[in-house]
Design a protein around this ligand. Structure first.
Ligand SMILES: N[C@@H](CCC(=O)N[C@@H](CS)C(=O)NCC(=O)O)C(=O)O
Length: 230
């Protein structure tokens, strides 16, 4: 198994064997399922244990995370790299002549927006469930995280003014951005950015997103059903 290349055959999405309710719907395999659904590419799912991390898992993903996409003898990790790889195979997620703009906005979603929005989401989760996260962060830290996130959201909102999608046409960049924003939005993070809430609603109304979310949730339901009671 190599860490690069394209490979051929039915892609295999690797995700966890089970996750707690708290994170269902937001595990990053969603972005890959969504892209594969947009492309109309059938795929299979394999799992790795949520914990402890297996040697096989660490061989595919050095940080012991998901998602991973395997195709033939090739394996890729990092959701952004997987999205770019899938998008580069055609024009459905990388419209003609827009490779630069799509790449730029995909990086912006994962490198400039997600770090601040995810930090805020994690702090909010820790406030709700300190028993899971160790401790509830002080209110001023949550406020600071919200401020940093809002500054990034301001930038995205400015860029989206007057357009439905980041580069004009729907692309892999919108999958990345809408997936990042919807997780913050689910916790009220888009309250001051109604235009971004509309953007997320537009993206998540796509049939491919709905199919991906149904499959994502069905995976966890099946995982529950397969669990042997302790
Ligand atoms: N930058 C990585 C982040 C992947 C990531 O954070 N995955 C989470 C699930 S959504 C995970 O595996 N967390 C468990 C862990 O970090 O041990 C990507 O975009 O693929």
């Amino acid at each position: 198994m190599t860490g690069s290349g394209t490979g051929t055959g039915t892609p295999v999405l690797v995700t966890y064997d089970w996750v707690p309710d708290l994170v269902r719907g937001s595990v990053r395999d969603m972005r890959i399922r969504w892209a594969l659904e947009e492309l109309g590419r059938p795929y299979r799912v394999e799992t790795v244990p949520l914990g402890p991390k297996s040697a096989e898992h660490l061989a595919m993903q050095p940080f012991g995370q998901v998602p991973i996409l395997k195709t033939g003898d090739h394996s890729l990790f990092e959701s952004g790299a997987i999205l770019l790889h899938l998008a580069s195979e055609g024009t459905a997620l990388m419209p003609e002549g827009q490779a630069g703009a799509v790449t730029q906005w995909l990086f912006a979603a994962l490198n400039s927006v997600e770090p601040s929005s995810f930090a805020w989401v994690l702090m909010r989760a820790a406030k709700r469930a300190p028993e899971i996260f160790g401790a509830a962060p002080p209110e001023n830290q949550i406020d600071g995280a919200a401020k940093r996130m809002r500054a990034r959201l301001d930038g995205v909102a400015r860029a989206l003014q007057g357009r439905d999608w980041l580069t004009g046409q729907f692309s892999a960049a919108d999958i990345a951005m809408a997936d990042v924003l919807r997780v913050a939005g689910a916790d009220g993070g888009l309250g001051e950015h109604p235009g971004l809430a509309v953007y997320v609603a537009r993206a998540t109304a796509r049939p491919a997103f709905r199919r991906a979310m149904d499959a994502h949730m069905a995976h966890w339901d099946a995982a529950d059903a397969a669990r042997v009671p302790a």
